[in-house]
Write a new protein. Structure first.
Lengths: 114, 114
């Protein structure tokens, strides 16, 4: 079945450091890939997405590129801020009908300090 | 436009009691999903409604869980009787009819069974 593997957290960085959170997936066909973020006390928010190979999703300074050859969708940001502290979830979705559900990774907690 | 809203936001109940969680999707969204995150693990799919019909309920853990979406608008998820392992965050999400559309999440209902 489908699965998503994320790097273990927590990740602790100083402000302005470079961030990478690794995500790899296993799925049949050509899934869409997503990063969701959960800030403290809030719900899940879509951060970015990519729907086909080599697409790059970007938002709020975060980027992730859909790499089919390595089945990866790593999240990166060049300079993190304290306000980026949150839990980040990588997810995939294969399509419509019964396949339209999201499959999530375990989440990676990011803590950014001054 | 209002987002996905869930009620209650937090609930503490005793083992053996019943809890009903409610979700109001974004207006006009035919797809409604329930997910659950238990004890810091991955977010797992529970079930998917298309309007009032259950499209996929493969993630429902057992028959103590009952989801309904009468009239194809709001949905309820009842846990009866609740067990300790049911503690976690229950997320509701919705999306428009097309399979390519983004899935939007609510803030979650935090359930603690003691």
């Amino acid at each position: 079945g489908d699965s998503v593997t994320q790097m273990e957290g927590p990740v602790t960085l100083s402000e302005e450091a470079f961030l990478t959170i690794n995500c790899t997936y296993t799925a049949t066909g050509y899934p869409s890939l997503f990063w969701y973020v959960q800030y403290p006390g809030e719900g899940l928010q879509l951060l970015l997405k990519a729907t086909k190979a080599d697409d790059k999703g970007s938002n709020k300074g975060f980027e992730a590129t859909y790499r089919k050859e390595t089945t990866s969708f790593h999240l990166e940001k060049g300079s993190v801020q304290v306000s980026d502290s949150a839990v980040y979830f990588c997810a995939l979705k294969r399509g419509g009908g019964t396949a339209s559900k999201l499959t999530f990774g375990t989440g990676t907690r990011l803590q950014v300090t001054l | 436009e209002a987002g996905v809203t869930q009620f209650p936001s937090h609930s503490v109940i005793e083992k053996g009691q019943t809890v009903t969680l409610r979700c109001d999707p974004i207006s006009g969204h035919d797809n409604l999903y329930w997910y659950r995150r238990v004890m810091g693990k991955e977010i797992k799919f529970l079930l998917h409604f298309v309007k009032e019909s259950k499209q996929d309920e493969s993630g429902m853990p057992n028959n103590r869980f009952l989801a309904e979406r009468t009239g194809g608008t709001y949905s309820t998820l009842k846990v009866q009787p609740a067990e300790l392992e049911d503690s976690g965050v229950y997320f509701c999400a919705s999306s428009q009819a097309s399979s390519g559309n983004t899935i939007y999440f609510g803030e979650g209902s935090w359930l603690t069974v003691v």
